[in-house]
Write a protein that binds this ligand. Structure first.
Ligand code: 2F8
Ligand code: CA
Length: 198
């Protein structure tokens, strides 16, 4: 139908054209409304597949609650919290291997020192404490108990010196100095420090 330029431009034809255009516009509005209505369930808060924000926050709070309770239990058992780790200082003395075994039994391992802050925190406890450092596998190749090589070290001057060829385990000895590590015989009985990462 030619609505604009047709030869016959009588009033009734113009009216018909306007009616058709109006109907088309109404159809468009109806379709848009339907589209929006059909998409609504994606944003609804009560679907089972997409939990709403409130539920996510509730879940997070629950997880945090569990973590806080766990932390409180460790602290009650004598563990000390420092920069995302928990530390346990033994009240008895043992060999390096038995000390490590004790830490493993506690779900931890002998302490691994990764920073100056951690070194200064650890050396404050007791003198002659085992740390998780050993060169038992290969002489002069010092490794932490997790198999990594120290990225930062705090050997006392002249250490490690492997006195009598029998010093394969790391300890905090010269605790008054920041550089306080010594290599000592693994069979010596020392206090030990376990670390549990959070
Ligand atoms: O002077 C440092 C030296 O002191 C002791 O040996 C005399 C330590 N030995 C033991 O602890 C068994 C060495 O490891 C230390 O290097
Ligand atoms: Ca030594």
């Amino acid at each position: 139908m030619d609505c604009e330029n047709g030869a016959d431009t009588s009033t009734s034809k113009r009216k018909l054209c306007r009616l058709v255009a109006l109907s088309f516009a109404l159809l468009c509005i109806l379709q848009a409304t339907l589209n929006i209505s059909l998409r609504l369930p994606f944003y609804s808060s009560d679907t089972t597949t997409t939990p709403d924000c409130e539920a996510i926050i509730k879940n997070l709070t629950k997880e945090e609650d569990i973590k806080m309770n766990e932390l409180a239990r460790y602290i009650q058992q004598g563990w000390i919290y420092f920069k995302h780790s928990l530390y346990y200082v033994s009240s008895t003395e043992n060999t390096w291997n038995d000390s490590r075994e004790d830490c493993l039994q506690r779900g931890a391992d002998l302490v691994i020192i990764n920073s100056r802050e951690e070194q200064n925190f650890i050396r404050e406890f007791k003198n002659r404490t085992w740390i998780g450092l050993t060169d038992a596998e290969k002489e002069q190749t010092w490794k932490w108990v997790d198999g990594t090589t120290p990225t930062i070290s705090f050997w006392y001057i002249g250490e490690p010196n492997n006195v009598d060829g029998g010093e394969d385990c790391g300890e905090i000895y010269f605790y008054k100095r920041e550089n306080s590590w010594n290599d000592a015989p693994c069979g010596r009985k020392n206090v030990w420090i376990c670390e549990k990462n959070l």
